[in-house]
Write a protein that binds this ligand. Structure first.
Ligand SMILES: [Cu+2]
Length: 254
């Protein structure tokens, strides 16, 4: 965990020219990870790493167990409970298969489409020619809308990858049509794997975050950087909280 985190941080920093490494920009970047586990008994799983800078999200995915030679729509879902459904959740598909909208109360609607090229808005939710096939890995930097960026920051964004071979015949087919697009079989769009994007640095520290002393993180090369980011971040949030309290007090007195 720590090893990959360090590597990701080094990569992010290495990609930036030195002149761009102003403290404000470094503090503004946050790293996230999602461990996607199977839905619909798909056997699929994935690890997603992401770094959010402003509304710009650098995101990568390593996948396994997805139906080969078939496109797998993948999205960041927002506006639900910020959770995945239980793995054994039943839905409206064939033999109780879970369709995408069956679990919308858990993970919400599409906030961004993790396409391989072009548009990455919810409009491209079913752009099947611009999603990875099978277990192809994925890496891209996309612009999020502010709602989706906020959801990522708040830990309520959920990555869902779709496309399940329910009947095990090696292709998308079957009697039941997709709840998203009736021209497709449900297998093409049923959720195959799901995971919540969670902050991969500060939240893993004891006490919710900021360590100013030597502490248990001493010994990692980027501990100082992480602590600095945490301090600035918490400082910013604290200031916003104070400001909103002041506003509320002013309103109460008016
Ligand atoms: Cu989706």
């Amino acid at each position: 965990m720590r090893k990959s985190l360090t590597a990701a941080a080094a990569l992010a920093l290495g990609a930036m020219p030195l002149a761009a490494m102003a403290p404000a920009q470094a503090a503004d970047s946050q790293s996230f990870q999602a461990n996607l586990t199977q839905l619909n008994n798909s056997g699929a799983s994935a690890t997603v790493m992401a770094t959010l800078t402003g509304d710009s999200l650098q995101i990568s995915a390593q996948r396994s167990g997805f139906l080969a030679d078939a496109p797998h729509a993948q999205h960041i879902h927002i506006g639900g409970m910020g959770q995945c459904p239980p793995a054994d959740e039943k839905g409206s598909g064939a033999n109780g298969a879970l369709q995408t909208t069956d679990a919308a109360k858990y993970y919400g609607a599409i906030g961004a489409s993790l396409t391989t090229s072009g548009d990455s808005s919810p409009d491209s939710g079913l752009a099947v020619k611009r999603f990875p096939n099978g277990d192809e890995s994925y890496e891209r930097t996309i612009q999020l809308d502010s709602k989706t960026a906020d959801a990522v920051r708040n830990g309520t964004a959920v990555v869902v990858m779709h496309g399940v071979d329910l009947n095990g015949n090696g292709k998308y087919d079957g009697e039941v049509k997709s709840d998203l697009d009736p021209s497709l079989p449900e297998e093409a769009t049923d959720p195959a794997a799901c995971g919540v994007l969670q902050a991969s640095q500060m939240n893993s520290m004891p006490g919710g975050g900021v360590q100013t002393g030597g502490g248990s993180t001493a010994g990692t090369e980027d501990a100082g950087l992480i602590a600095l980011g945490g301090t600035l971040l918490v400082g910013g949030a604290g200031a916003a909280l104070v400001a909103s309290r002041r506003r509320r007090t002013a309103e109460d007195q008016a």
